[in-house]
Design a protein around this ligand. Structure first.
Ligand SMILES: Cc1ncc(COP(=O)(O)O)c(C=O)c1O
Length: 369
């Protein structure tokens, strides 16, 4: 078991660091004033500081359910289990499935792979293509594992999104093989063109849909959730109780109050989409200008640009960059096997245009050394 490289290198950052490494939302966009108001209001009510229900604060569950139903995916509060970030959702489902087999994309989210390993799950990897996973491999693998973990919207780390066709194919394979899918979607609301329909919506009885307020609002709230059929959710509640009884009540109350004004939340999401889309465009323009040899696919949402610097060992490169206060994540960190040494994940949400230009030029000069 290795620690998350990303969390480790984040410990080496200082005020001068230009970081393209973490998946951090831009702190300037946190709706501080609104959250302050919400905190003030909920702290007038002692129940915000009391123990709460294991599955989450009912009013908040209702609001999350409504977000789904408004999108055409019928959901009630009994389909929602609120978790301490979607990271805990992954842990809960994995503990319930410990020692079983699981199909995952390669590359995949490091935090999920660590959870699967810690729960002794036997991981079977399938290739990721430009429009989603390799369907033939998916079919073969899921027929054996019966459980899959995928990130179809603006994937971490690759930024790839599943095409509508592949979403249909995945759903029908899951149904035909009577399997289950964990659809992890923390980035689904950060779309630059269109919102994708979830795979879970096509197979509500065979899916765990994972959501989070970390990327669109504030990660320190630590509020995520699992949306699933009641029968699937029921056995998970004992695991949630064993882990922490319930998710932080004060955070849930503050978030619930913030969401009372749904227009405010919608405007906030629109603002994030617009600003991140612009940042992505600026990042890609500078990439083309400063590092034209970097091959990548432009993301349609999310927070990452992923690509390849042919022939360059990017782990060695980042260790040099670290001394000049520039950070990124080498692609090797996201592989279980089939290691490729010349890939990089860049985060584009957190830097100014001047920092992007400076950071990429430092990388360029260190490649030449
Ligand atoms: C794909 C994916 N899933 C889950 C998480 C965990 O997010 P959180 O626990 O903050 O909701 C992350 C965070 O970066 C992620 O990228």
């Amino acid at each position: 078991m290795k620690r998350s490289f990303i969390r480790e290198i984040l410990e080496h950052t200082n005020n001068n660091t230009i970081s393209f490494a973490g998946g951090l939302p831009n702190a300037k966009l946190f709706p501080i004033e609104q959250l302050k108001k919400s905190a003030q209001v909920v702290l007038d009510d002692t129940s915000s500081l009391q123990y709460g229900n294991s599955t989450g604060y009912e009013k908040l569950k209702e609001k999350i359910a409504k977000l789904y139903s408004d999108d055409g995916f019928f959901t009630t509060s009994s389909n929602i289990l609120i978790t301490s970030g979607s990271q805990q959702a992954l842990d809960i489902i994995s503990r319930f499935n410990s020692n079983k087999n699981i199909t995952i994309e390669t590359l995949s989210y490091l935090g999920a792979m660590n959870v699967f390993n810690l729960n002794n799950m036997d991981i079977n990897t399938i290739n990721l293509q430009d429009d989603g996973c390799d369907i033939k491999q998916f079919k073969q693998s899921i027929s054996k594992t019966k459980l899959a973990y995928i990130i179809p919207d603006f994937q971490n780390p690759t930024g790839i999104s599943y095409s509508d066709k592949k979403r249909e194919q995945i759903a029908s394979i899951i149904k035909d093989t009577n399997s289950l899918v964990i659809e992890d979607s923390p980035y689904s609301e950060i779309y630059f063109e269109k919102k994708f329909e979830s795979i879970s919506q096509k197979i509500p009885k065979n899916s765990y849909h994972l959501g989070s307020f970390s990327k669109v609002l504030a990660p320190s709230l630590r509020i995520g959730w699992i949306r699933a059929d009641e029968k699937l959710l029921e056995p998970l509640i004992a695991y949630k109780e064993a882990m922490d009884l319930h998710t932080n009540g004060l955070s849930q109350f503050i978030l619930n109050n913030y969401l009372e004004d749904i227009n405010e939340f919608e405007n906030h999401k629109n603002k994030i989409r617009k600003i991140y889309s612009k940042k992505m465009q600026i990042f890609c323009n500078f990439l083309d200008e400063v590092l034209p040899q970097f091959e990548y696919i432009k993301p349609k949402g999310g927070m990452f640009v992923y690509g390849r610097l042919e022939g360059i060992n990017t782990k060695e490169l980042v260790n040099k960059c670290l001394k000049d206060d520039v950070l990124f994540v080498p692609g090797v960190e996201f592989y279980i096997n089939n290691i490729k040494e010349d890939e990089i994940r860049f985060n584009f949400t957190n830097s100014t245009p001047a920092q992007i230009f400076k950071g990429l030029n430092i990388i360029k000069s260190l490649i030449k050394e």
